[in-house]
Design a protein around this ligand. Sequence first.
Ligand SMILES: [Zn+2]
Length: 139
Amino acid sequence: MTMQYNPDVKKLKPPATGENQGFWDGVKNGSLAFQRCKECSAWIHPPRPACPSCRSLEKEWVPSSGKGTIHSVVTYRESPDPAFKVPYSVVLVELEEGVKLISNMADMKPEDIQIGMSVEVVFEEVQEDITLPKFRKVG
Ligand SMILES: [Zn+2]
């Protein structure tokens, strides 16, 4: 079962700001990219003006492998928003680069999601103007 959306409710578009525009541009083009500090090479997520390790303002957008493991999972059985049909799970994926991303599994029942499971990114167009990075099990 994939994440189910109520087709009668328009989904809210993730807000693209100047700071996270590179993330959403990548997703739109089928690439998961994160900020990386040009001074100390630290990966940075969520996007922010200054490197949390060395305070440098010099960053670049670098593609991720898109591979990682499930760090945490929570399953919603009551919907906080009429756009989402329940049950659905929200996962926290730790990517190989060390950053963690909140997302959903693309095609898995909540009871089958396991912490430590190997996953890879897929891109799902959930509405004409909204593409989201989601994950699927590998191995
Ligand atoms: Zn840095």
